[in-house]
Design a protein around this ligand. Structure first.
Ligand SMILES: Cc1cc2nc3c(=O)[nH]c(=O)nc-3n(C[C@H](O)[C@H](O)[C@H](O)COP(=O)(O)OP(=O)(O)OC[C@H]3O[C@@H](n4cnc5c(N)ncnc54)[C@H](O)[C@@H]3O)c2cc1C
Ligand SMILES: *[C@@H]1O[C@H](CO)[C@@H](O)[C@H](O)[C@H]1NC(C)=O
Ligand SMILES: *[C@@H]1O[C@H](CO)[C@@H](O)[C@H](O)[C@H]1NC(C)=O
Ligand SMILES: *[C@@H]1O[C@H](CO)[C@@H](O)[C@H](O)[C@H]1NC(C)=O
Ligand SMILES: *[C@@H]1O[C@H](CO)[C@@H](O)[C@H](O)[C@H]1NC(C)=O
Length: 465
């Protein structure tokens, strides 16, 4: 008996240790993506530290007929940043180029991370208008895949761009700015790295503000039944939905006139809680039939999504404030009105196909925009993020493909996959129906990169360029 308990304790500690080790971040250009499923070969890694170097690398690659892809922080689940020849990292090309307080614009070198930018702005009493769940991404990487936060009146991060500069596939420096050079600008704001190597990005910024965030716990039925009202109930609103326990946490935040942070939960305690949960998820992921029971066990107690009411800075509220287990994600941008039906369909798929959905689904509204390859092009969107802990690649693919097929065919919602997540087997034909401006994009792309040096296998499969 005693030795059995010891064995359990030892294996338990090993699991916790493994969980901790995956959190130790590496220094330097990434070798893998976030969940270590995509590998970046460093055999032909280049880390230029000047614009002239970037131009030279692209020119010489074009002359030799070599391919080039830029990897940012490597935080995409999809293979968009993988290179078949030269892998370019702007690890050594970071920092703020200029701050214009009259125009309220900041210009950064493209390898700067959002974390670095947030710190720079905060020190000067400024802030980003919106942010996603993390800020590890580079500015260029984040805008290039249409990375977004949440809020009915807030566009994705690329909508905050007012100008940018890139090195085209011909080795030429090209600039585009809002209001001038309109077509080039609309193509370049979200380009999935297909126009060239972005060297500088100018973003509009704001005077610093504080956000008051309230977390409330609901049933799934309440969240879907009052979907519109809940999503309109604040500047930034997101839902975390657990399908087996049918619970729903609503995080709603407004800008506030309160002047100092208050009432933050104890994040240390929360991190410990997440670590324990991760150990449970790991063990249950080895026995998929246990997942529905384990999820009910974890999410039914009212301590999960237990209400809070706090005030803090934009990064502290908009980013997920505690750690999350390293996981897999896929995401679709749907027309806003279609979201409740899509979630009901998702629940049906999960139950019917016994999918071990072992993390909550995230639902976030994002304002429509006019950026050609933006998943939010021309419509107010609702982003549905499927999340799995420790899935087999096959199970993850099937799960997402079923949801994608259902929203596309059964519900006819023209779902648009997140470029940085899992893009399925969408073809050029599918993408042209989703993106009415794809032909215009292709026209500019083929002028900017006539030899297709920025196209890798994943992009060739999807776009057929
Ligand atoms: C834990 C986690 C949480 C996330 N949360 C969110 C979220 O809340 N909202 C959301 O929308 N997304 C989210 N994402 C997805 C993430 O924001 C995107 O995948 C983003 O593109 C990653 O940025 P990166 O710097 O790592 O770029 P990478 O993944 O390395 O590259 C992304 C793309 O940008 C291109 N690129 C990078 N730099 C340049 C450059 N200088 N010039 C040209 N092209 C370039 C790459 O070639 C590639 O095509 C999350 C990802 C993770 C891992
Ligand atoms: C660039 O980055 C690499 C990798 O981190 C590093 O080894 C190298 O010293 C850097 N070079 C310059 C010029 O900063
Ligand atoms: C945000 O503002 C809306 C509309 O004024 C209000 O209904 C909601 O309760 C507020 N929420 C928070 C968290 O302040
Ligand atoms: C937060 O929680 C941790 C772990 O439970 C505890 O050690 C710490 O004292 C708590 N901090 C505060 C300020 O309550
Ligand atoms: C994509 O996958 C789905 C389901 O697995 C299948 O029905 C469809 O034919 C595939 N499309 C292509 C273009 O391969």
């Amino acid at each position: 008996m005693g030795s059995k308990v010891l064995l359990w304790l030892m294996s338990g500690s090993l699991v916790v240790l493994a969980c901790l080790l995956t959190r130790v971040s590496r220094y330097g250009p990434p070798h893998t993506n976030y969940d270590a499923a995509v590998y970046f070969d460093h055999a032909h890694l280049r880390t230029p530290s000047s614009k002239a170097d970037i131009v030279r690398i692209v020119q010489s690659a074009a002359e030799r007929g070599q391919k080039v892809r830029v990897v940012g922080s490597g935080h995409s689940w999809s293979s968009v940043a993988v290179s078949e020849d030269i892998l370019l990292s702007l690890w050594n090309y970071t920092g703020v180029v200029g701050l214009d307080r009259d125009e309220m614009e900041v210009t950064v070198k493209a390898g700067t991370t959002l974390n670095q930018l947030n710190r720079y702005l905060n020190d000067r009493g400024l802030a980003m208008k919106n942010l996603g769940s993390i800020s590890e991404q580079t500015v260029a990487g984040a805008i290039s895949t249409g990375t977004h936060g949440n809020g009915m009146g807030f566009g994705n991060l690329a909508t905050l761009v007012t100008g940018l500069e890139f090195v085209s596939g011909k080795g030429e420096l090209v600039s585009a700015r809002v209001g001038s050079n309109v077509n080039m600008f609309k193509a370049a704001q979200v380009s999935v790295g297909m126009l060239g190597v972005i060297t500088e990005v100018t973003l509009s910024v704001e005077e610093i503000y504080l956000l008051r965030e309230v977390l409330t716990r609901h049933t799934l039925d309440e969240c879907l039944g009052q979907f519109d009202g809940i999503m309109r109930g604040g500047d930034h609103v997101k839902m975390w939905v657990e399908l087996f326990s049918e619970t729903c946490g609503v995080f709603a935040a407004n800008r506030t006139s309160e002047t100092r942070p208050r009432d933050n939960p104890n994040w240390t305690a929360k991190n410990i809680e997440v670590l324990v949960m991760e150990a449970i998820l790991l063990i249950s992921s080895w026995f998929p039939p246990s997942v529905p029971h384990v999820m009910r066990l974890i999410f039914l107690p009212s301590s999960v999504f237990s209400p809070y009411d706090r005030v803090d800075t934009p990064p502290a509220v908009l980013e997920v404030p505690h750690s999350l287990p390293v996981h897999w994600e896929a995401e679709l941008a749907l027309p806003f009105e279609g979201c409740p039906a899509a979630i009901r369909e998702l629940r049906r798929i999960v139950i019917e196909h016994r999918i071990p959905a072992n993390m909550p689904i995230e639902i976030r509204p994002v304002m429509g925009d006019d950026i050609w390859l933006s998943p939010n092009y021309g419509r107010l969107s609702c982003h549905v993020t499927l999340t799995l802990y420790n899935p087999s690649p096959r199970a993850a693919h099937d799960y997402f493909q079923k949801f994608y097929d259902a929203t596309r065919t059964t519900l006819n919602l023209s779902p648009r996959p997140h470029w940085g997540k899992y893009v399925t087997n969408a073809t050029r034909k599918d993408l042209s129906t989703m993106y009415p401006k794809l032909a215009d994009f292709e026209k500019i792309r083929s002028e900017m990169d006539p030899r297709n040096i920025f196209i890798n296998g994943a992009l060739r499969d999807n776009f057929g360029f």
